[in-house]
Design a protein around this ligand. Sequence first.
Ligand code: ZN
Length: 71
Amino acid sequence: MTTEPVPTAEGACPLCGVAVAVEARRCPACGWSLAGVDGRPGPFSVRALWWTGAGFLAVYLITLAIVALTH
Ligand SMILES: [Zn+2]
């Protein structure tokens, strides 16, 4: 027995089991986020992860350039 919510049948909230609309992003009964459930887009898309990585890389390169220019 686990307390971690697991994906259930399509259209059902994994937390409380209430039937929810397929296009709903949150359970109307308990407010549980349904991101990543039943084919819905997850909270973190691959594109968002790439942009986050690109942002860190840009900050790193800018810092590297500043350090290189000031030495
Ligand atoms: Zn629910």
